[in-house]
Ligand binder design. Structure first.
Ligand code: MN
Length: 336
């Protein structure tokens, strides 16, 4: 099986033709992804940006948020500029939006989407809106990174080592290291093609997941120490007090991802990570598997998220919030 075998459906062929003719006609383009960018947002933006530069376009890669430290290794990431640094009269003829389900998610770059700007909107999320002049939305794709690869291949663009690194990062992170159900045979073929083009899977994985600050590891140690199992080991809770941050010198963002540990235990169906937020509020991240709806629990407190991954703020101190959650989780497990 050759990775060259792109699945070019008629629909995709048509959209590629439209994207290609728009990009070829463009002179000045900006590419933006969503606020609080993840690996897919940054990797896709960089790879597409490099391609647009190579075909002779004046291209601007824009952002609002800081680039997370773990993505600082991405080649060219320093060239993604803050939209707010651009002059008020900054204008382009074409803009590419990468996985921005609403214009709000594109941040302050949205102000440059004035009348007459052609918008190419590329997304793989079910809640994607048709915001663009051209909308390429494929919800069964693992990542925008995978979509960009398919496009580059369809237009016969050779993949440089830098593009390969960016796209591999995009796909690896959005598939949870090639683990989520969106990971198909084609996803793996593309991963292989990217390795062939120079992506280093060990280095990329280590940079993203295993290059933590000592303070992060120390904080994880404290948090894991709080582990509680309830309801016949079907619920796992972790918690973090404000003192833990002081004691380890870690910032609050260093607890990101810790909630995943709640599902590592055998037999666990739902997990919650509770963070003390002042005297009388608790921030909660929820995870579940096997049909337990934690999104519904989060919504009861004005939070949001998906069926199996959600978050909310409970206006109760940690201890009470725990009891409240256990009642709701028991019901969610019974209802599944
Ligand atoms: Mn994505």
């Amino acid at each position: 099986m050759n990775a060259k075998t792109t699945t070019l459906t008629d629909k995709r062929r048509d959209i590629f033709r439209r994207i290609r003719s728009r990009l070829e006609a463009a002179h000045k383009i900006f590419v933006v992804s969503h606020l609080d960018p993840d690996g897919d947002a940054l990797g896709s933006q960089l790879a597409l940006g490099e391609y647009l530069g190579k075909i002779g376009k004046e291209v601007y890669l824009l952002r609002d948020s800081e680039v997370p430290e773990k993505y600082a290794f991405l080649p060219g990431v320093e060239n993604i500029r803050r939209a707010e640094e651009l002059p008020e009269d900054f204008a382009v003829d074409t803009a590419v939006l990468l996985e921005c389900p609403s214009l709000h998610r594109a941040g302050s770059s949205a102000k440059f989407l004035t009348n007459g700007v052609e918008i190419i909107n590329i997304d793989h999320h079910p809640d994607a809106l048709e915001l663009g002049t051209i909308n390429w939305i494929e919800t069964e794709m693992s990542s925008v990174g995978e979509m960009i690869f398919e496009y580059l291949q369809a237009v016969d663009q050779p993949i440089s080592k830098e593009m390969a690194t960016a796209l591999y990062t995009a796909i690896m992170t959005d598939t949870g290291r090639f683990r989520y159900p969106s990971t198909t045979r084609r996803t793996m073929e593309i991963g292989g093609a990217l390795i062939e083009a120079g992506a280093d899977p060990r280095r990329i994985c280590d940079k993203v997941y295993y290059d933590m600050r000592p303070s992060t590891v120390a904080l994880m140690g404290r948090i894991l120490n709080t582990v509680e199992f309830h309801l016949d080991n079907r619920v796992c809770l972790l918690s973090m007090s404000s003192e833990m941050l002081n004691e380890t010198g870690a910032g609050i963002s260093e607890a990101e991802g810790v909630v995943d540990f709640t599902l590592y235990g055998r037999g666990v169906l739902a997990g919650a990570f509770l963070k003390e937020a002042g005297e009388s509020a608790t921030k909660v991240s929820l995870r579940s598997k096997n049909g337990v709806n934690v999104g519904e629990i989060a919504r009861q407190f004005g939070g949001g998220g998906h069926f199996a991954a959600a978050g909310c703020m409970i206006e109760q101190p940690m201890k009470e919030a725990k009891a409240t959650l256990l009642t709701l989780l028991e019901k969610a497990i019974d209802d599944r």
